[in-house]
Write a protein that binds this ligand. Structure first.
Ligand code: AMP
Ligand code: ZN
Ligand code: FE
Ligand code: FE
Length: 274
């Protein structure tokens, strides 16, 4: 039988992606995948729409999320798979995070103003649309306002981590994020550990309930993939992977460019309480 694949990492217009939730299953089908997970940053608003489109196209959509967390100054992303996107505790927490991001965007704009740049919230919201407001929207707004020539320049000069208008997000701790995902019946997975350079945190995350590790990711070299595969064996973690799709012009990959065998979905499903 021909091997089937899944892309377990995609973003939509509900966070900072450029594709509508309905387009994700469509793109997955075009890429020849059997399934695709929707993993927006700190929101589950895309799930219903993606599921509907998926059932129409006969593409399995796995309800997911990518939660931003902070531990000792390090931003750690925790993916959650097979979460109950109708869980009220989970939904309420996502609403709070959304409000926090809006307040943070206001602070970034205030700092830009101190650097002599007059960017208004409505210019950012026009770009964010239904999305959870993030720095990518502010970067696009800066390009549109001709303050910078490119998206990358916006990060380099103004809103990147070491730039003058940077404001950190107020984030969950990894333990909270893992707990929240488990509360909603989901499976917590460490996203792109190769971008973190903090392998010593992995045993801690496992102690808090981590069940998987993303070994295949555009930012991972083959050596890093192998390295994290070895770590996954040591701790009995499921190996996942995906393209971290954000749409054309944001990051670099089409859906399905990075993928893992469909059996991964079965492993995750077994670990979920859904
Ligand atoms: P936020 O969650 O609002 O802090 O935005 C984080 C997102 O901004 C990441 O997921 C990336 O898509 C993007 N991003 C962060 N740093 C950079 C950078 N230096 N250059 C380009 N994009 C970046
Ligand atoms: Zn993103
Ligand atoms: Fe991430
Ligand atoms: Fe992502």
């Amino acid at each position: 039988m021909e091997e089937s694949y899944v892309d377990l990492h995609t973003h939509t217009t509900c966070s900072d992606g450029l594709a509508q939730p309905e387009q994700i299953p469509h793109l997955a089908k075009k890429a020849g995948l059997k399934a695709v997970a929707v993993t927006d940053h700190d929101t589950i608003r895309a799930i219903d729409r993606a599921l509907q489109a998926g059932s129409f196209l006969n593409i399995e959509v796995i309800p997911g999320v990518e939660l931003s967390t902070m531990l000792d100054d390090h931003e750690i992303h925790i993916l959650g798979y097979f979460i109950d996107w109708q869980n009220e505790v989970f939904g309420e927490k996502m609403r709070k995070l959304r409000e926090g991001r809006l307040a943070r965007a206001e602070k970034i704009l205030a700092r830009l103003k101190r650097s002599g740049i007059d960017l208004h919230m409505d210019q950012v919201l026009e770009i964010a649309g239904e999305g959870v407001v993030g720095r990518p929207h502010i970067a696009d707004a800066l390009v549109r306002a001709k303050v910078v020539c490119s998206y990358d320049e916006a990060f380099d000069r103004y809103i990147g981590q070491h730039a003058p208008a940077y404001v950190p997000k107020r984030l969950l701790s990894p333990a909270e994020a893992i707990g929240l995902i488990v509360t909603a019946g989901g499976v917590p997975v460490l996203a792109h550990p190769g971008t973190l350079h903090r392998d010593e945190l992995i045993p801690l995350l496992v102690k808090w309930g981590l069940k998987g590790i993303e070994i295949i990711h555009p930012m991972h070299t083959p050596q890093l993939t192998q390295h994290y595969q070895e770590i996954s064996r040591r701790y009995g973690l499921v190996c996942t992977g995906g393209s971290d799709y954000h749409g054309k012009g944001r990051l670099h990959n089409g859906i399905g460019k990075y993928k893992v065998p469909y059996q991964t979905v079965e492993s995750l499903r077994r670990l979920s309480s859904r």
